[in-house]
Every structure is written in structure tokens, then in C-alpha cells.
Ligand binder design. Structure first.
Ligand code: CP3
Length: 355
């Protein structure tokens, strides 16, 4: 195995000293980059881009050619797992994801298979292997999946949703069925992430995009408990180094203290929280990732730098911060503004890492 040339991200995830704060951006490979749009056009559809390891590798590397990012993230989607469970995923132009066969009944849940990562999801593992080879140790590669609750939301609704009528209807009306579904997704996701580590992923992230729509008690019972079960069953070492795990619940700021007890290494924080409070509430048990409002990147460079300065000051002295946006980068952001963000983190953070 090639040695890792830049391990700032892995060190910060374990709260070890670094020279400056590492930075990457959620959705760093995406439509704000003209070269991404060109490759996606070449692939035809989003899913054919994900399922072609060479093209998935190409778009993974595109943002790293432009910006001195400290981590690469596998180009794929959280919905590959339910697709492999037989739900029939498609992305209608401008409408987001759709499943042909949503899960609505106990019978539907019983029939769901647990996909074998090296067969049904082989294209993802091949992408991981290709990306690791092409990165040749430049930065670590982050693998990922959705949280069981977030995946269940898409599986039961059949698409994105505003009211969550079907999935919340199941949660409150038939909690046993909801638990049976979550248990199955959890098992599938553990196998999927462990296969990504075996294929070469050096860190893992669980995206809980819809955990924030739950009540405090239902969040613990239906989302956090299953993420904690996942964390307990993940491979935590590869190439002689710890594989850090990040949990990110969008809108989960109120529950960071509970999340910090899940056994994960890093918590993703969205922009509704102050990093200072987040750090106080998690008492340096975990590293924190985030949390610039992605909309700050619409502002001119000087303002972006001011907001980066405020974010770094809010986290304060010492290691344990991975700079990022509080959610994915928007498609209409000027790539030069993303460059300002990345450079500002590196330049302005050095003073927080002395002594
Ligand atoms: O971060 C990265 O660069 C890695 C790639 C990545 C994608 N999706 C690529 C993608 C990651 C980590 C995801 C995760 C994902 N996918 C999440 C969790 C993170 C979050 O944003 O909260 C969710 C909820 C999804 C489901 C999903 N995939 C939706 C709702 C959509 C459509 C939204 C949209 O912007 O159109 C996707 C499609 C998708 N996944 C795109 C990309 C780059 C855009 C597809 C395109 O090129 O048209």
C-alpha cells in the first residue's frame, strides 16, 4: 500500500495535532463544476455515472484537481443500497430520486433481500478500488452510506417528501414494522460499509439527512439507535490505521451530546449550531466537522473569508476540527468561491494549531 501523503483529515478526526485545519466539502463532486456536468453528459444518466467505475473515479478526482482538499469522497449515492434491495431507483430530470416499488406493508419488508456488496453492489466496490489506485496516497478516501432512518424514508415514501406521511404513518401506526425495516437496512448498511473498507475506503460517513424531522425521543429510538448499532459493527482499522466514522444528522444540533455517545469519532454539524456550543456539549469526546452555511459561497471572496474566520474562531484552539460546509455545496455556486473557502481554511487556521 502506498503511504498516505496528506493525513490531516485522519489526524483531525482522531483529535490528533495537525499543522492546519483540514477541509473538504460535502457534494464536492457535483453540478457546480462544469467538468462534472460534461462527464455526467457523457455517462447519460446519474446512475450510469455511479455504476461506471472509471467515470465515478474521474468525477471523484475532479474537485481535487481544482482545490487542495484534504479528503476525497467516493462518488456514489446513498440510494444505491435500496436500489440493490430491488426497489427500482431512477432520477427523473429536475425531480430528484424515485423508487418504482416503494415499501408500504409488512409483507414488502419481509421480502426485502440483504444485498451482497461484492455482487449487487460490485460497481461501488470497483469504484472504491479504482479511486484508491488513482489517488495513489494523495489524500484519504471517505466511503459512505445513508442512515437507516434516512434510507427508510426514501424506501417508504418512494421519493423525497415534505410531510413524510407514509414513513411517519408507519413509525407511529406500526412501530414494529418500522423497526423490522430499520433492522434490515442496518444489516445491509453494515455489510456495505465494511465491504467499502475492504475495497480501500479509509474513513466512513453516515448521512442522516432526515433525522432532524423526528422528535427527540423518536430520533433516539428510530435513528440514533440504529446508527450506533452500525458503528459498533464497522471495521475500524485498515492499513494499520483507525478508520474514523462520522455521523451527520442534518438538523440534529440539539442531540449532539447523545450522538457523541454512539461510539463514532466525528460528528457533522450543520450551520444552525455554533461550533463553540457543539464543542462544549460534546466535551472533546469527538471531533467536529462543519459548518459553514453553503449559501455563504454566494457572497464575494472577502465575505467568505470573514465567515471562515468566524467558523475557525468558534471552534477555537487545538485539533479536532474538520472544516466543511454545513450541508452539500449548491449547484449554482461559482467554483472560484469554493477555492476561496478551501484556501481560507488552510491559511487562517494555522494560528489555532501552535503549541
Ligand atoms: O459528496 C460527494 O461529492 C459524493 C457524492 C454524493 C452524492 N450524493 C452524489 C449526488 C453523496 C455523498 C450523496 C449523498 C446523498 N444522496 C444524500 C445524503 C447527503 C445529503 O445531501 O443530505 C442524499 C439525501 C442523497 C439522495 C439524493 N441523491 C438526492 C435527494 C439527489 C437529487 C438532489 C439533486 O441535487 O438533484 C441525489 C442525486 C445526486 N447525488 C447528485 C449528486 C452529485 C446530483 C445528480 C445529478 O448529477 O443530476
Amino acid at each position: 500500500m502506498t503511504t498516505l501523503k496528506n493525513d490531516r483529515y485522519l489526524r483531525a478526526a482522531l483529535r490528533q495535532p495537525v499543522d492546519c485545519t483540514p477541509v473538504w466539502m460535502m457534494r464536492q463532486a457535483g453540478r457546480y463544476l462544469p467538468e462534472y456536468k460534461a462527464t455526467r453528459e457523457q455517462a447519460g444518466s446519474f446512475m450510469s455515472l455511479c455504476s461506471n467505475p472509471d467515470l465515478a473515479c474521474e468525477v471523484t478526482l475532479q474537485p481535487l484537481r481544482r482545490f487542495p482538499l484534504d479528503a476525497a469522497i467516493l462518488f456514489s449515492d446513498i440510494l444505491t443500497v435500496p436500489d440493490a434491495m430491488g426497489l427500482g431507483l431512477s432520477f427523473a430530470a429536475g425531480e430528484g430520486p424515485q423508487f418504482a416499488r416503494p415499501v408500504r406493508s409488512e409483507a414488502d419488508i419481509r421480502q426485502l433481500p440483504i444485498p451482497d456488496p461484492e455482487t449487487e453492489l460490485r460497481y461501488v466496490m470497483d469504484a472504491v478500488r479504482t479511486i484508491r489506485r488513482e489517488l495513489s496516497g494523495r489524500v484519504p478516501l471517505i466511503g459512505f452510506c445513508g442512515s437507516p432512518w434516512t434510507i427508510a424514508t426514501y424506501m417508504v415514501e418512494g421519493s423525497g417528501s415534505k410531510e413524510y406521511a407514509h414513513v411517519k404513518g408507519m413509525l407511529y401506526g406500526n412501530p414494529e414494522a418500522m423497526h423490522a425495516l430499520l433492522a434490515k437496512i442496518t444489516e445491509a448498511s453494515i455489510q456495505y460499509l465494511n465491504a467499502q473498507v475492504a475495497a480501500g475506503a479509509q474513513a466512513l460517513m453516515i448521512f442522516d439527512t432526515w433525522g432532524g424531522v423526528l422528535t427527540p425521543s423518536s430520533y433516539q429510538e428510530f435513528s440514533l439507535a440504529y446508527m450506533a448499532k452500525m458503528v459498533a459493527n464497522l471495521t475500524r482499522e485498515a492499513d494499520g490505521r483507525r478508520v474514523p466514522v462520522t455521523l451527520f444528522t442534518k438538523g440534529g444540533g440539539a442531540w449532539l451530546d447523545k450522538m457523541a455517545e454512539s461510539g463514532c469519532d466525528v460528528l457533522g454539524v450543520d450551520w444552525t449550531c455554533d461550533l463553540r456550543d457543539a464543542r462544549a456539549r460534546t466535551q472533546n469526546k469527538v471531533a467536529l466537522q462543519g459548518n459553514l452555511d453553503p449559501s455563504v459561497l454566494y457572497a464575494p471572496p472577502e465575505k467568505i473569508r470573514e465567515h471562515v474566520g468566524a467558523m475557525l474562531a468558534s471552534y477555537g484552539q487545538g485539533p479536532g476540527h474538520i472544516a466543511n460546509l454545513g450541508h452539500g455545496i449548491h449547484q449554482f455556486v461559482n467554483p472560484e468561491h469554493a477555492a476561496v473557502f478551501v484556501d481560507a481554511v488552510h491559511e487562517m487556521s494555522r494560528g489555532y494549531h501552535q503549541g
